[in-house]
Design a protein around this ligand. Structure first.
Ligand SMILES: [Zn+2]
Length: 84
């Protein structure tokens, strides 16, 4: 699918399932076991357009159509200035 890594120029990739965090403004969606091709040298991950589209669609269904996600996490948030 991909010939050369955009970041390091490496040509070897491995098929992997990874956790992907989709973010739009302040909204996050964590998807586990997303298929991708990972650069063996720098670790950059490449997803197919089809996979990314599916994730975007799921994001919209959860945030705008009220679909229930399989699981929800509560995430702590801090300002760096406040933790000095
Ligand atoms: Zn690379």
């Amino acid at each position: 699918m991909i010939k050369v890594c955009n970041f390091c120029g490496n040509k070897n990739f491995k098929q992997k399932n990874v956790q992907h965090i989709y973010r739009h403004e302040d909204k996050l969606l964590i998807i586990n076991n997303v298929p991708c091709e990972e650069c063996e040298y720098c670790g950059e991950k490449y997803f197919t357009a089809k996979v990314l589209k599916k994730i975007e669609q799921e994001f919209k269904e959860i945030y705008f159509s009220g679909k229930r996600a399989a699981k929800r996490l509560t995430v702590p948030v801090e300002e760096f200035m406040e933790i000095q």
